[in-house]
Design a protein around this ligand. Sequence first.
Ligand code: ATP
Length: 485
Amino acid sequence: MMMNGESPPVVSVTDARVSFGAVKALDGVTLSIRPGECVGLVGHNGAGKSTIVNVINGGLSPHQGEVRYALPKTGRGIRAAREAGIRCVFQELSLCPNLTVVENTRVMHPDLNGWGWRKRGAEIITGKLDEIFPGHGIDSEDQVGTLTIAERQMVEIATTFCAVGNRVRLVILDEPTSSLDARLAEQLLAYVRHFIASGGSVLFISHILSEILSIADRIVVMKDGRIVAERAALAFTEHRLIEAMGSVVKARQARQAASARDGAPLIALPPARDRGLGFQAFRGEIVGFAGLGGHGQTDMLIRLFNDRSGNWRQPSTPEVAFVAGDRAVNGTFSLWSILRNLTVGVLPDLSRLGTLDERREVDLGESWKSRIGIRTPDMDNGILSLSGGNQQKVLFARALASRAPVVLMDDPMRGVDFGTKQEVYGILREEATAGRTFVWYSTEMDEVCLCDRVYVFNNGAIVAELTGDAVTEENILAASFREAA
Ligand SMILES: Nc1ncnc2c1ncn2[C@@H]1O[C@H](COP(=O)(O)OP(=O)(O)OP(=O)(O)O)[C@@H](O)[C@H]1O
């Protein structure tokens, strides 16, 4: 990694202030990024990270303060940032689902035009995917809407780093590994190191603190729209980062002993296509799904959901609730309020004689707002006024507020901050102790290791079952490469 103290910053933001109504998203932020530097940015959900990204990216003009780029600009806003070599991978992925991978590359790079652009584009994007994510398996003619969320994240990252038009000087990565499994995340980190070593700059935002500590030269901590700490990465530890963000580390709660299981399984499925092991979950268990991403975990959750939910009439107590990871596609109703997004899963519980009791709806919303820390001045605001992590909390609350005895979770912590994750882990353990069953697919190893029992997937089948103390990173990784019998 090369730190360059002499060259002018690629971008410097001075005293930026941005408000959305009563919310001060940025309250006087000053930040510069130099060539050859990776700056890590951390902070709680709603701290203002995506807002500063939008300011640097030229998508949002600060209401006060200044943004300056190293290169003289001829355009304004996004165009000025683009001319200065600044590119961004957004937290809410921004590809067009109805276009192919190569067509999306062209949308992102208008300079890719003229005779034969498709062939050139295919070479460029495939080359970059091969360079960053060797063995990715994505075809440049695949329609983006048919790709998994991890594949879409990979395409967006590769497109951003493609050398088309002017030189890429600064890449902003807003939670780039949130849907990537450990192997893909490591491939990306290796590429970022290489990009930095060749003089590029990166602003890297993540809630996975070990990742930030391993990649960043300097770490900036935001809280409530301000920078509250800024130091060389070497001066931080995970503990110090958590403290700077205003959270505390809680003790890990004990796993349920296998012997505590009672009765028949609450939910079960035979092996998929008669390969590998079958699935079962008992009352009060937290069952994890692990293995490399895209190996059948989400398909199994969908099979379980379809198996247990009627397709024409919703029972007043559903048998299963589902927390979607791909929130924009399967989770949020983007035109509805925060409150309605939360209560839509429990409307029968809030109604009498077919009429919704609005007082009870508001009370339920307020209780979950404080229990899970949804940061908003008003639950009647639109769901899209929330930061990404806060939207995810609403989806969690929707499932937990239901009376469903089984909750299925598809990598549900995407974008959720450290403090809230700990709260949620506590709630899951409490509810499991009270008898609820959770089936939890996670791309984060730390989370899989919290589960009572883990099924490891490979190639569409369950290839191993680990219980209690056998649930370790080592055992999970070893099993991930096993073939189904
Ligand atoms: N379009 C908007 N309308 C109203 N409020 C908004 C809007 N965009 C952001 N905010 C508010 O600004 C604050 C900062 O949001 P921002 O998205 O920058 O947070 P963040 O640090 O990126 O959070 P996360 O980790 O959840 O992504 C939040 O309180 C959010 O609700």
